[in-house]
Design a protein around this ligand. Structure first.
Ligand code: PHE
Length: 450
């Protein structure tokens, strides 16, 4: 069985694919807007703390389960189960993760599609094709539908090609390009008027806001979404990782890359917001709140790029190319979850599974496009704020309470001699069995009752 499964060819490939999954719209779109609406530096510091104290342990749980069971989330949790009840719960959690990640993909592909269309806007305006540029820039159902199709087709194409020839190959090409583009953009924005003020808002904390409960809820949700947790994505990528790799080390690299990237995206977006303000662009809505969420990237940033004159179109092209890359390496990791399940459970051909499941998700995306005002926010909230943390809770329970601790240690010792004496093994088991579930539960209770 294990020879028929894909495996990443190198640690670098695994790192690129996994951080490719983690780094996406959540980092470039979610994190900076969350930070900007929650007191800048106060959010940054809370986020950093939670990312390493809660999200990293949860990431490790998924990676360890995946590598040990070498299976998709549903079969993996069933394998770990010790009795009929935990088997049922395992199946339920695995399937709920699969459904959640498919729904995440259905809204993610809409924003991914916008990014493709704005990239084409930049290209057409560089070429002087103003009518086409206007069409790409205008938010409308036909445009959005078309680009959902384009974005999903790209995702399906990569996933059909499999682990090494698809996911790994494209992630290793795209991720380094992403970092270079981001750094160039940051350097550029730093030269503009207003950027220093933005930097100050981002890096100098207002400590009175650090403890606010709303901020903690958003920061934890952000950390879970950003590390692709709770839906079986990291589990399936872990299942393609070689047994020679040191898991805690590789996992911490992924966390650092993801958090580092969010930090960098903040260095770009928050100063950019202040630059836009200095240019007279409206960045607060009528109620005085920041134009956040999807509105930020597709209304604020294009007006910022416009205000740069001719060079603006080039910068816009670079920026939206970056967004397309970042969202594609994430969307492939989402589609991989139901595809791996289908291939392994029903022995379906990979490309057929990718096409059938990808098309189904596309239909759901189109339903969202046609009913954007009523459905979009609902699906985002349902999946990322409710479903992801709750599923993360169950993953932690499986590793912390159901799976035999000696077995966990044995898995860890592969690729990590002396794991039993490590600091990781002194802290992590307690974290994953007690701290993570309680913290998630606390956030969840708050979400529902407050
Ligand atoms: N982590 C991705 C991002 O930050 C989103 C994602 C969520 C990917 C869940 C896979 C699974 O954009």
């Amino acid at each position: 069985m294990s020879t028929a499964r894909g495996e990443f060819s190198s640690r670098f490939g695994f790192l690129m694919a996994t951080s490719g999954s983690a780094i996406g719209l959540g980092n470039i779109w979610g994190f900076p807007t969350n930070a900007a609406s929650n007191g800048g530096a106060a959010f940054l510091f809370t986020y950093l703390l939670l990312a390493f104290s809660l999200a990293y342990p949860a990431l490790m749980a998924e990676l360890i389960i995946g590598r040990h069971t070498r299976a998709n989330a549903v079969s993996a949790l069933r394998q770990l189960a010790t009795g009929p009840v935990s088997k049922k719960v395992g199946t339920g959690v695995g399937l709920a993760g699969l459904l959640t990640v498919s729904l995440i993909l259905s809204f993610y592909s809409i924003i991914g599609g916008w990014m493709v269309s704005w990239m084409l806007e930049a290209i057409t305006s560089l070429l002087g094709l103003d009518a086409a540029a206007l069409w790409f820039a205008t938010d409308a159902v036909p445009r959005n539908s078309l680009f959902v199709l384009v974005f999903m087709a790209l995702t399906i194409y990569v996933v059909s090609a499999g682990v090494r020839d698809g996911i790994e190959k494209w992630s290793t090409r795209l991720m380094p390009a992403l970092v270079v583009l981001l750094l160039l953009l940051i350097l550029y924005v730093f030269t503009l008027e207003g950027a220093t003020e933005g930097l100050r808002a981002y890096l100098v904390p207002d400590f009175s806001r650090v403890a606010s409960p709303g901020l903690i809820v958003s920061a934890l949700g952000q950390a879970f979404f950003s590390l692709s947790l709770g839906v079986g994505t990291m589990l399936i990528y872990g299942s393609y990782l070689s047994s020679e790799e040191n898991l805690p080390l590789t996992g911490s690299m992924v966390s650092m890359l993801d958090t580092g990237f969010s930090f960098l995206a903040g260095l770009l977006i928050i100063p950019a917001i202040y630059v836009a303000l200095a240019n007279g662009v409206q960045i607060y809505d009528d109620s005085g709140a920041l134009v956040a969420g999807p509105g930020l990237i597709v209304s604020l940033l294009p007006s910022l790029f416009d205000s740069m004159g001719m060079v603006g179109a080039l910068v816009a092209l670079a920026f939206f190319a970056l967004m397309v890359i970042a969202s594609l390496t994430s969307s492939i990791s989402m589609l991989e979850v139901p595809v791996a399940y289908t291939v392994e459970t029903f022995k379906t051909q990979r490309s057929r599974a990718a096409i059938v499941i990808g098309s189904t998700v596309t239909v759901v995306s189109l339903i969202l496009v046609f009913n954007f005002a009523t459905l979009f926010d609902f699906v985002v909230t349902l999946t990322t704020e409710y479903s992801q943390p709750l599923l993360g809770f169950f993953f932690a329970i499986f590793v912390g309470w159901i799976w035999n601790r000696n077995e966990v240690l044995k898995e860890l010792q592969k690729g990590y001699a002396g794991a039993e004496h490590s600091l990781f093994w002194k802290i992590w088991p307690f974290y994953i069995s007690v701290v993570c579930p309680l913290a998630i539960l606390a956030v969840y209770v708050q979400l529902i009752f407050f």
